[in-house]
Design a protein around this ligand. Structure first.
Ligand code: SF4
Ligand code: SF4
Length: 203
């Protein structure tokens, strides 16, 4: 996924779409949009930073889980095996992006079958809406974004939407210095993206 920060208008449609698609509990989130204000009135501006699991190539959450409940699938998606997760929360501490939460809600079995995000006391996070990808749809957040600020696709295909968006520009990721090799890329229209991501990290 590529985030185009110059296009994001901070409407949070992506966060709502994600919750709706995945049945995410109140109090949990698979994606967030952080805000930061700059300047002094009347010369002010607001900066929006959409964030989610970065599906890291070298994912610290995978290393931290004593039950091996987090895995990288063949398609590159970092996913949580709910059957193996014991809710120890080591992954929450290990993730520098704050992308994992523990589901706090008890739901009827039928509901949990359709929405595994609601498995009580299990870790949950973005899975790139894998069930949508399997039937040729974009992830719900990308599909919903009215500004085309979150584009999903194949960077190795020069004709894909993401390749055309980037148009040969250099990409950045959040907290690159952590060595996690994040797979969510940012078309960096703002020089202070790293400062913002550091602030998130310290929350
Ligand atoms: S890809 Fe799907 S699960 Fe991940 S943040 Fe977007 S809507 Fe949520
Ligand atoms: S839906 Fe798009 S424009 Fe709105 S907050 Fe999310 S990324 Fe930004």
């Amino acid at each position: 996924m590529v985030m185009d920060l110059e296009k994001c208008i901070g409407c949070h449609a992506c966060t709502v779409a994600c919750k709706s698609e995945n049945g995410v509990a109140i109090g949990g989130s698979r994606t967030r949009v952080l805000e930061q204000e700059h300047g002094t009135y009347p010369e002010t501006s607001r900066f929006f930073l959409p964030m989610m699991c970065n599906h890291c190539e070298d994912a610290p959450c995978i290393k931290a889980c004593p039950n091996k409940a987090i895995l990288t699938k063949e398609n590159g998606i970092v996913d949580i095996n709910k059957d193996k997760c014991m809710g120890f929360q080591f992954c929450l501490s290990a993730c520098p992006y704050g992308a994992i939460y523990i589901n706090p809600d008890q739901e009827p079995d039928d509901y949990v079958k359709d929405y595994p995000a609601r498995t009580l006391f299990k870790a949950d996070k973005c899975n790139f809406c894998e069930e949508r990808l399997e039937v040729g749809l974009d992830p719900s957040c990308s599909n919903t974004c009215p500004a085309d600020a979150r584009l999903f696709g194949d960077l190795s295909d020069p004709n894909s939407k993401v390749s055309q968006l980037i148009n040969g520009e250099k990409l950045t990721g959040l907290l690159m210095e952590e060595g996690t090799k994040p797979q969510v890329y940012y078309k960096d229209g703002r020089p202070d993206i790293f400062k913002v991501s550091k602030a998130i990290n310290n929350k």
